[in-house]
Ligand binder design. Structure first.
Ligand code: UT7
Length: 330
């Protein structure tokens, strides 16, 4: 039988600069009350010069230490904010981690990137193409935010989270039991960075074209629908009742989205991990950061049934389930 991929290590990194809602309220027409009540966010961390690869290396190093290893056979970096349009960020990260000449590549699935990365790693392991994979979600959204746009600037933060996956016997501790991934490119305009690609190198509108844009309202609606549907599909696949989920760890875009998804699934609200208050929406880094916090807080313990679900630009979505292994998050 094909090997299953199990989670064996978890690591995180945050930039040094903490940015509170109060600080943003001094430069934007916004306030702490609006931000907290509409999103659940109290603060975020923004790069003080760290590039995405710097955070990815730090998180990756911690994940390797958490897994008790200094080798893996593949590195995947999920990011919307690579160091450069070319080359990918993952080979640089692999090299700086001293991992040798292993295959390394980036995944561009925006906020669903980490779940896509986990699925990709699990598929490589199941196919026998790798026996261990380092999956990193790393972002520096502060470098692509329009500083004058209050609808995006208050939401996104920088950070990285990394996981080591290793081949294990089917249903071994920490195995990813199933995945559900999807996309709908007809909604590609809801979340964009318009300039810099082959369609439009530059729109001639100066820096504006290279800023991140998001149509918040429709994204909210699609995020709730798709995450709920995707998670429900997985629960049916695994035969897990919603009431048996110990922790729902969704992409940390908005506390209201996560509550709505949990409601739709029938997962109790006190089983939802919330981490956006501490770090904002960190896109591909948000799920591993939330997992690490849940472990650090003593909430997530070995044997817990965990449901992951994400939604992001593309649009893309993805979910997975696992039984939590006995690991330390670093
Ligand atoms: O991570 C990838 C996926 N992303 C998401 O899932 C994000 C999904 N969307 C959302 O989380 C929410 O739509 C937002 C948090 C982005 C916005 O919340 P909302 O409740 O949908 O607000 P809205 O866009 O409908 O705006 C309501 C009002 C507007 O004013 P008027 O037109 O009612 O006078 C906005 O101009 O709030 C205003 N507003 C703000 N006010 C103070 C928008 N941003 C701000 C702000 N501070 N930062």
């Amino acid at each position: 039988m094909n090997a299953t991929a199990a989670l064996t290590g978890l690591g995180t990194a945050l930039p040094t600069r903490r940015v509170t809602n109060e600080e943003l309220s001094r430069v934007l027409d916004t306030d702490d009350q609006w931000i907290q009540s509409r999103t659940g966010i109290k603060q975020r961390f923004w790069s003080a010069g760290e590039a995405t690869s710097d955070l990815a290396v730090e998180a990756g190093r911690s994940a390797l230490r958490s897994a008790g290893t200094d080798t893996v056979e593949m590195v995947i970096v999920a990011t919307t904010t690579p160091d450069h349009p070319c080359p990918a960020t993952a080979p640089d990260v692999a090299s700086r981690l001293g991992l040798g000449v292993v295959p390394a590549f980036d995944i561009a699935a925006v906020c669903s990137g980490f779940v896509y990365g986990l699925a990709c790693a699990a598929a490589h392991i199941a196919a026998g193409l790798a026996s261990s994979v380092l999956v990193i979600g790393a972002e520096t959204y502060s470098t692509i935010l329009d500083p004058d746009d209050r609808t995006t600037s208050v939401i996104f933060g920088d950070g990285a989270g990394a996981a080591v996956l290793r081949a294990t016997a089917p249903d071994g501790p920490g195995s990813f039991l199933a995945f559900d991934l999807g996309s709908d490119g007809s909604l590609k305009d809801l979340i964009t960075i318009p300039d810099g690609g082959s369609r439009q190198r530059t729109s001639g509108s100066g820096p504006a074209g290279s800023y991140f844009t998001m149509q918040g309202k429709p994204v909210f609606r699609h995020a709730v629908d798709r995450m709920t549907e995707s998670a429900r599909t997985l629960l049916e696949t695994t035969g897990w009742a919603a009431g048996s989920i110990d922790w729902f760890v969704g992409h940390q875009a908005n506390a209201r989205i996560l509550r709505a998804v949990a409601d739709g699934l029938g997962v109790k609200s006190d089983r939802v991990i919330m981490d956006m208050d501490r770090v904002g929406n960190t896109s591909a880094a948000s799920i591993p950061l939330a997992l690490a916090r849940a472990v650090a807080d003593g909430n997530l313990v070995p044997g817990d049934r965990v449901l992951l679900s994400a939604f992001g630009g593309g649009v893309t979505w993805g979910s997975s389930v696992l039984v939590w292994p006995d690991i330390v998050a670093l």
